[in-house]
Write a protein that binds this ligand. Structure first.
Ligand code: HSE
Length: 428
């Protein structure tokens, strides 16, 4: 058995550079902890000449990540390029086919191809580890697969996109509209190259689908995640929510119900005094509920050089120690195909709409909700200068089906201007 573990790193962006810095700064400590010398033998990135602030002279260079993944002097292929397909997937498959372990931060690739990659890894006797793919530095994959392995999980929830949480809390704290804070976040470099991955809830939906698989023993099913972004949230929604004692979060929720697996990544109202309600800025939080352990709250940096590289290196250390585990915590062949459902549990909803201020308008809205079986708990109409009245309704607990039917029918009343915004009020 060799006393050295040789890493090949593909992708030298923020996270790749963070990994190099950890190896350089903490080589002796990592060797003491794992019993192996952790070394980088080769690297690959799009641009060889870019100054990244780290010295790459000691590492072999490969233009092609597939060649890097197949090198004889690489034991662990560290994929940090991103992208669901293309070079990331091709090189990951190449590594697994060459019986090399893979450590990746790539949530998109695993959300779309996790089952096939897990099967390939297991058929070859290799492992895939992906702590860095979900919630950056928070060790939630290890928590679910190891520390909490004894539990039956009832619910996994969380704020898993720091950019959205930054935007929502900045809107609230500075009283700024979404569009302005979006531009600020862009200028600060917070947004992904395709901003819709962040604000459309896709990035966070990828992460939720991976947690669901582990928590419920199901095949990753990203296509069944109900996705809704934050771009229709107005500062008024945030103020209304605050007046009622809530804050708006892009909240991921996964539950196993008698009707199937419910996965949702959508803006929700959560109690302001709950751990999730108190989460500010770019931080992430995962809340896990297990039958034996009760509720566990994990909080920390969801992105960035240090936190994400910390998660990558945690996985590398496990491999160095000889700890091997199935990708999603149990053999890929034993993961079931879950029936997907929207949660059947009844919850209250917040509905905001603009109403043409004319006789019969409120009555028509109340009747549309009533016809769908949705009962109004609270209702208010704000002061307005023109003939469009902002109306806010909080419903009694109702099912998603009833709520959707009600909201879909509102524009047909002829009194509602534009599309209403409906947000679940989640008890956390
Ligand atoms: N863009 C993500 C976020 C980090 O803002 O949290 C990468 O998943």
């Amino acid at each position: 058995m060799s006393d050295t573990l040789r890493m090949g790193i593909a992708g030298l962006g923020t996270v790749g550079v963070g990994v190099i810095k950890i190896i350089e700064a903490h080589g002796a400590r990592l060797e003491a902890r794992t019993g192996k010398k952790l070394v980088i033998t080769a690297v690959s990135a799009r641009n060889r000449d870019k100054d990244r602030g780290v010295d790459l002279a000691g590492y072999a260079w490969e233009d092609d990540p597939v060649s890097l993944a197949q090198r004889d002097d690489v034991d662990v292929y560290v994929e940090l390029m991103g992208g669901s397909d293309g070079p990331a997937k091709a090189s990951t498959e190449a590594a697994l086919n060459a019986v090399k372990d893979v450590v990746t931060a790539n949530k998109a690739m695993l959300a779309h191809h996790g089952q096939a990659l897990a099967e390939l890894a297991e058929s070859k006797g290799a492992v895939i580890r992906f702590e860095a793919a979900v919630a950056g530095g928070i060790p939630v994959i290890k928590a679910l697969t190891e520390g909490l392995a004894a539990n039956e999980f009832s619910r996994v929830m969380g704020v898993m996109n720091g950019t959205c949480n930054y935007i929502l809390t900045r809107m609230e704290n500075a009283g700024l509209p979404y569009e302005e804070v979006f531009k600020e976040a862009d200028a600060l470099g917070f947004l992904e190259a395709d901003p819709n991955l962040d604000v459309g809830g896709i990035d966070a939906g990828h992460k939720l689908s991976l947690l669901s698989s582990i928590a419920f023993g199901t095949k990753v099913d990203f296509d069944s995640v109900y996705l809704e972004g934050i771009n229709r949230i107005k500062i008024e929604d945030i103020h209304h929510a605050a007046e009622m004692g809530y804050r708006i979060k892009l909240l991921g929720t996964a539950k196993m119900t008698t009707d199937g697996l419910s996965q949702s990544m959508a803006p929700c109202l959560v109690p302001a005094n709950s751990p999730l309600g108190q989460l500010d800025g770019g931080t992430n939080m995962i809340v896990v509920e297990g039958d034996s352990v009760g509720q566990i709250v994990l909080r920390g940096a969801g992105a960035g050089e240090g936190p994400t590289a910390s998660a990558v290196m945690g996985d590398v250390c496990d491999i160095a120690r000889g700890f091997r585990i199935s990708t999603f915590g149990q053999p890929a062949s034993s993961l079931s195909q879950a029936r997907s459902t929207m949660s059947t549990a009844a919850t209250p909803y917040y509905i905001r709409m603009d109403l043409h201020d004319m006789p019969g308008a409120l009555a028509a809205v109340a009747s549309a909700l009533g016809d769908a079986g949705v009962s109004i708990d609270r209702m208010s109409q704000s002061r307005h200068d023109d003939n469009i009245a902002p109306v806010l309704i909080v419903t009694h607990a109702c099912t998603w089906d009833a709520l959707s039917q009600a909201v879909d029918s509102l524009p047909q009343t002829g009194f509602v201007n534009g599309q209403p915004v409906a947000l679940r009020i989640e008890d956390v």
